[in-house]
Ligand binder design. Structure first.
Ligand code: OOG
Ligand code: NI
Length: 472
């Protein structure tokens, strides 16, 4: 419960997400088109699929979906990540998971800031995929030192943001007026700056080392690089994008189309080439350009258990080994066909996914279960109660990200020339030290949620006194 007079963290998060969405719509008009397209497709999908509508109602709530977004930023220093964690915490967003992108040749490691508990997720599930640049992977010591010096000079947070952050931490929250000011101040960190903070020569050298390094080091702040709405039918959205003047990337990342969606499927449109002014050293600017910001949509499905996830990772690796999706999209259909074949024996009904322990589920009472509870309850183990139609199960939605998909999204926006080799070497300890915390384990969060839902069903159907009597 929020302290009396303080704005609830979920409220802050929802308002921040909405403010970000308004800003990005102004900055990148194609994002607005994408949001409209997704809105239309979601409305049509719900109308045609009452089972899906009921399932969403039983788990996430349908309302959250139209407001649902994730964004992404790339930070330059440990201090920036540390402060970012504290700022997101004020909005009820906490780091979950560690993603090592070096395995895909991208010199960053990342976490996702998001709400943790079901009530907060239902209120607004806004997440931000947050990456930290790994300058330790830059070979040239001079360039590395130069990049570090440039980053050390910048302050990505406004004075107001830092002041209100400290106030929120000290007092345990923000009153209504301060909450408004905090949202406005924090939004500044995510804003696009059409003027670089390095000259064109420096930009070119950073860019030659890796496009991503130029993107992080050359600007005053970590501009939000995409904001992703959630669609209920990504294949329909992908097919409809060209009709609205948007060219999608050739391949949808993640698992193939299925009756029972799992994890996360994503597609994007390519980053825009945007004009940038580079300081000329005489008080003026020379015109150049930079590609940074893009559009993405995603469809979310069931969260998988470690067993399910291992099977997913293994099948995906097999699919990509068989047909490696080309950057130019020339073999997209071959890849998608092959992906479907590779996943053909991955169970595609919820009962089997549950029986084989591949996915997480949320348990709740059916109408018959409610009636039984009102009439004093009924004995039996959870499986019997399901068998008797008193308890139902629905998939728990995956709230996180997928490293191979993330790499595909990064790559499709960094251009095709794959850049210099980056050696795969995760460094979770360094990331946690910079963050000042250990990210939560996503599997533990889903498992807890599943277990809690079972406990609730049993408590309702078998009040303590009765259960003790049964046990005796
Ligand atoms: C982040 C890319 C990862 C996703 O949805 O997997 C991502 C970035 O390009 O900074 O957003
Ligand atoms: Ni994304």
């Amino acid at each position: 419960m929020p302290h009396h007079g303080f704005t609830a963290t979920s409220d802050l998060r929802a308002r921040f997400c909405a403010a970000m969405s308004r800003m990005y719509r102004n900055e990148v008009p194609a994002y607005g088109s994408l949001v409209e397209l997704v809105g239309d497709i979601n409305a049509a999908t719900l109308e045609n699929d009452p089972v899906l509508a009921r399932e969403l109602d039983a788990t996430d709530g349908i309302d959250r979906i139209s407001e649902e977004r994730h964004g992404a930023i790339r930070l330059g220093t440990a201090e920036e990540l540390f402060t970012m964690r504290r700022i997101f915490a004020v909005m009820g967003m906490h780091p979950v998971g560690y993603y090592d992108l070096t395995a895909a040749g991208i010199p960053v490691h990342s976490t996702a800031f998001r709400p943790l508990d079901p009530a907060a997720l239902a209120a607004n599930p806004f997440r931000v995929f947050t990456s930290l640049l790994r300058l330790d992977l830059v070979d040239d010591p001079d360039l590395r030192a130069e990049a570090e010096a440039i980053l050390a000079r910048r302050e990505i947070f406004t004075d107001d943001a830092l002041r209100l952050l400290e106030q929120a931490e000290r007092d345990g929250g923000l009153g209504a007026e301060d909450a408004d000011a905090f949202i406005a101040a924090v939004l500044e960190t995510f804003r696009w700056h059409p003027r670089a903070c390095v000259d064109r020569g420096t930009y070119a050298r950073l860019h030659d080392a890796h496009r991503l390094i130029a993107d992080v080091v050359s600007f005053r702040g970590p501009h939000i690089n995409h904001l992703t709405p959630r669609t209920l039918d990504i294949d329909a959205a992908q097919a409809a994008m060209p009709e609205r003047g948007i060219t999608p990337k050739a391949v949808v990342e993640g698992p193939p189309k299925r009756r029972c969606p799992i994890l996360l499927r994503q597609t994007s449109f390519k980053a825009l080439e945007e004009p940038v002014g580079f300081p000329d050293g005489r008080g003026g600017f020379v015109e150049g350009h930079h590609t940074a910001r893009f559009g993405e949509i995603e469809q979310r499905g069931a969260a998988l258990t470690p067993t399910g996830r291992a099977r997913y990772d293994e099948r995906l690796a097999a699919a990509r080994a068989g047909v490696t999706p080309a950057a130019d999209g020339s073999n997209a259909q071959a890849y998608m066909d092959h992906l479907e074949q590779t996943f053909a024996d991955f169970p595609d009904d919820y009962a089997t996914l549950r029986a084989e322990g591949l996915a997480y589920f949320q348990y709740s009472l059916t109408a018959a279960g409610e009636k039984a509870a009102a009439e004093g309850g009924v004995a039996g183990a959870i499986e019997d109660l399901i068998g008797d139609g008193l308890v139902r199960f629905d998939p728990i939605v995956y709230e996180d990200f997928l490293p191979v998909s993330a790499a595909g999204i990064f790559q499709s926006n960094l251009g095709d020339g794959s850049g210099p080799d980056i050696t795969a070497n995760a460094n979770r300890a360094a990331f946690e030290a910079a963050l000042g915390a250990a990210p939560a384990d996503e599997f533990a969060l889903y498992a807890e949620r599943e277990a809690a839902s079972i406990r609730t069903c049993l408590d309702r159907l078998q009040p303590a006194a009765r259960r003790t009597a049964n046990a005796g």
